[in-house]
Design a binder for this molecule. Structure first.
Ligand SMILES: Nc1nc2c(ncn2[C@@H]2O[C@H](COP(=O)(O)OP(=O)(O)OP(=O)(O)O)[C@@H](O)[C@H]2O)c(=O)[nH]1
Ligand SMILES: [Mg+2]
Length: 456
């Protein structure tokens, strides 16, 4: 393996920057540009102050070297980290002088890819590193951290080893096919497969929540024009994100942004007001409102307390049609200038949660936020061992694994021959192995690591 180097801190100027060098020649190459204690005398995991020079012997910077000897490093190879001053010029000069001395510039994610290749972490852990770096809330940080530390991998490897035992017994029978023996007690196998299916399904089932934790739980704000949806979005975000006016049909396209509430990331989506419209553009916007309503986990139906009550029930029919599997909160807005009593009474008859607010003045908005957090009911991720799937690739592999275990169960129930049952079990193992990278192709690896930045 050639020796690679890259700046691992963000692009730009900072107090310090870290340049990472990894590979068989890391010590030799850095030594050529180093004035200070000889690298071969340094113990692993120690830091040393010295000078970095260029090929002409000119001083580039005073820097600290940290040495990690193979295999006890992030990549599993010899690694030298150079902490230099954060000037862009210094960073570039050091990288270029290292390349001059025999390094190659690392490609995106190459350090992590080497760590994976050297068995320092599996694929799902490598992906979790990207998630840890990108995490925006306590919950997403916690889930990613758990995955990086291997909670998900351990669960998958336990499933795989149970399946392996299972399949070995069945395949043993095949070796003795002449003698018509059964080593594998079918009813025990059925119990085991049922257990395994339960675990796989519960992992797959955690994806909806996991996705919400990672990308923000979608909360769509809908209602008739001028109800105050955009005003509410701005108040919730604490930012003038959307245009507000007393002209009906101000918002024509979807506007969304995320904030962290109660430790979770919430994605608020403001939509075009729903009304009969002959305007083509506005109608397209309204179509999107319905689409976003379908995608939401929680729908905030904004009701204008100053508008005629007669329209309420008709509007609710449209909401109900699109929101069968989601939570709806009726948000009665403009309580500062309208009478809400009759409206609230009417809404109570519809059996939905009700919040009374003034989006403009902020009255009742804290209670509404609380209601959203409670309604979201995101799983408590403070549990050290909670495994929540947040990655679409993992989710799809789990769904396939579940289908394969379903076929296994059917096969067992119908007395299918051992070789066919074992094929389904092997397929299930294959999909689980895809998640951790035990089964992988260069295409999959390339696709995954291409999303990493250089230096990771
Ligand atoms: N009195 C009062 N007026 C409000 C309140 N919230 C919004 N408004 C006013 O209602 C009008 C419409 O507000 P918007 O937020 O643009 O309403 P919208 O629902 O986004 O409207 P469209 O985008 O046209 O569908 C504006 O004049 C707001 O100032 C409130 O709590 N009280
Ligand atoms: Mg609006």
């Amino acid at each position: 393996m050639d020796t690679i180097c890259a700046v691992s801190t963000p692009h730009g100027m900072g107090g310090i920057a870290v340049i990472r060098v990894s590979g068989d020649e890391a010590l030799d190459i850095v030594q050529q540009r180093w004035q200070g204690m000889s690298l071969c005398e340094m113990a692993s995991h120690t830091a040393h102050l010295g000078h970095i020079i260029d090929s002409q012997g000119e001083l580039l910077d005073e820097a600290v070297l940290t040495l990690f000897r193979a295999p006890n490093s992030f990549t599993g190879e010899d690694v030298v980290e150079i902490s230099c001053h954060g000037s862009m010029w210094i960073q570039q000069q050091i990288v270029s002088t290292l390349i001059d001395a025999g390094c190659r510039a690392a490609t995106g994610g190459e350090f992590t890819q080497r760590a994976f290749a050297n068995g320092k972490l599996d694929l799902s852990q490598a992906e979790a590193i990207a998630d840890v770096i990108a995490s925006q809330s306590r919950a997403s940080h916690h889930v990613a951290m758990n995955q990086m530390r291997g909670a998900f991998s351990r669960q998958l490897s336990s499933l795989r080893s149970q399946l392996l035992q299972f399949v070995s017994l069945i395949e043993l029978e095949l070796d003795f096919s002449e003698e018509d023996v059964t080593f594998a007690d079918r009813s025990r196998l059925t119990t085991l497969a049922t257990e395994i299916k339960k675990v796989i399904d519960s992992l797959a089932g955690s994806y909806q929540a996991g996705n919400a934790i990672k990308n923000g739980l979608p909360v769509t704000i809908v209602g008739p024009t001028n109800a105050g949806k955009s005003t509410l979005l701005n108040t919730l975000l604490g930012d003038d994100r959307a245009l507000v006016s007393d002209i009906k049909g101000t918002t024509r396209d979807v506007i969304e942004d995320t904030i962290v509430m109660g430790g979770a990331l919430i994605r608020f989506i403001d939509t075009a007001g729903i009304r009969e419209s002959s305007d083509v553009i506005e109608s397209m916007g309204i179509e999107r409102s319905f689409k976003k309503m379908d995608e939401a986990r929680i729908v905030l139906w904004v009701v204008d307390a100053t508008a005629p009550i007669a329209e309420l029930e008709d509007f609710y029919k449209q909401i109900a049609e699109h929101c069968q599997d989601k939570a709806v909160i009726a948000v009665v807005n403009k309580i500062d200038s309208g009478d809400t009593q009759a409206i609230v009474k009417k809404l109570k008859g519809l059996d939905i949660k009700i919040a009374e607010i003034s989006a403009r003045k902020g009255t009742g908005v804290d209670q509404l936020k609380q209601e959203i957090i409670t309604t979201a009911a995101l799983p408590q991720v403070t549990d050290e061992n909670a495994v929540i799937v947040t990655n679409a690739r993992h989710y799809h592999a789990l769904v396939r694994a579940s289908e394969a275990i379903d076929r296994t169960l059917q096969g067992l129930a119908t007395g299918l021959s051992g070789d066919l049952v074992s094929q389904d079990i092997r397929e299930c193992m294959h999909y689980l192995g895809e998640i951790t990278g035990e089964i992988s192709t260069d295409d999959i690896l390339g696709e995954i690591f291409a999303h990493f930045c250089i230096g990771k």
